[in-house]
Design a protein around this ligand. Structure first.
Ligand SMILES: Cc1cc2nc3c(=O)[nH]c(=O)nc-3n(C[C@H](O)[C@H](O)[C@H](O)COP(=O)(O)O)c2cc1C
Length: 217
């Protein structure tokens, strides 16, 4: 087998507990901003992992559209493969891979449906063509040809004639409410830094405070 090993040196810049904020969501916002400043292409893209009712895992890229103390917001089709998986199993993983700056953030948590208002606000903030596309595409369902897909979209564009369509009930936001957030920083000789924040869901539905631990690389 041809070797793909490039022995890349991930650098000396270290990641130390003392550099990190005690709130990992606030810390994530700083890393996201730094990824933007470093001109990472689509820094808000992440790989979302789900497990469906048959226990089959599946991962795909989606875009982070907002982050606040409640969690990580993205939008999709509720009847897509990910939507069907999330309806039976809300446990998810999320990977932000900012490889060119030797950083990665791993998130585990539970995806909940965003409120109708949050989904509406996001839907109506999008370009009209994207609003129509969300309505027009039965995401993850087979279609016989590209021509059929284009015809379906053209019909819907004509139907709304430049106006905003209402948000389809099968499309909207999700929020990943995190229970684990790991900050990973590549280091020389594979002796990477990994710092993980963990919190527990309490019986009353609230969360414990975040605890922090260093993991071996
Ligand atoms: C950079 C990038 C960004 C994407 N952003 C989204 C997104 O925000 N929402 C979405 O539903 N699909 C997005 N997609 C498409 C998904 O990767 C995927 O094809 C789609 O959601 C269907 O996935 P599913 O069949 O597993 O549900 C994006 C793809 C790429 C490559």
């Amino acid at each position: 087998m041809e070797s793909l090993d490039r022995h890349e040196d991930y650098g000396q810049e270290l990641l130390d507990e003392s550099q990190l904020l005690s709130d990992p969501i606030e810390q994530f916002k700083i890393w996201l901003k730094e990824a933007e400043e470093q001109q990472i292409y689509e820094p808000n893209a992440f790989v979302l992992g789900t497990v469906d009712a048959q226990n089959h895992p599946r991962s795909r890229t989606v875009l982070l559209k907002g982050v606040d103390e409640k969690g990580f917001f993205f939008a999709s089709n509720y009847l897509s493969r990910k939507g069907e998986a999330l309806a039976t199993n809300p446990h998810v993983s999320a990977v932000f891979g900012w490889y060119s700056i030797y950083r990665q953030v791993l998130i585990q948590g539970v995806a909940e449906l965003a409120s109708a208002k949050e989904s509406d606000d996001y839907h109506f903030s999008r370009p009209q063509e994207s609003q129509v596309a969300a309505l027009s595409s039965q995401q993850s369902r087979p279609i016989e040809s590209r021509a059929a897909l284009d015809a379906q979209y053209e019909r819907d564009l004509e139907r709304f004639a430049g106006a905003s369509p209402p948000r389809p009930e099968y499309w909207g936001g999700y929020r990943i409410v995190p229970t684990r957030i790991e900050f990973w920083k590549g280091r020389t000789s594979r002796m990477h830094d990994r710092i993980e924040f963990v919190r527990e869901l309490n019986a009353d539905g609230g969360f414990s405070s975040w605890s922090i631990q260093r993991l071996q690389p």
